[in-house]
Design a protein. Structure first.
Length: 74
């Protein structure tokens, strides 16, 4: 299972798939190789979610800084 496609996922898609991965791992019943591949997929998905959230945080901070600049010009 390749995780290259994770970089193309939006936040909601990555989050939703991560939920499925976690539930699948919690259920158990997979062999070691399958579990490891699924774990790696989950790690990649979690990282992608963090990237989206960090980007959103930066955008909010920039918007707030811009709003502060606009209000100080008045």
């Amino acid at each position: 299972m390749s995780n290259a496609d994770v970089a193309e996922l939006g936040y909601e898609a990555a989050r939703d798939e991560l939920v499925v991965v976690v539930k699948t791992l919690e259920l158990g019943g997979l062999d070691l190789d399958e579990s490891l591949a699924l774990w790696e997929r989950g790690e990649a998905l979690a990282k992608r979610c963090e990237e989206h959230l960090a980007g959103a945080r930066r955008r909010v901070e920039q918007a707030l800084a811009h709003a502060d600049d606009d209000s100080s010009d008045e």
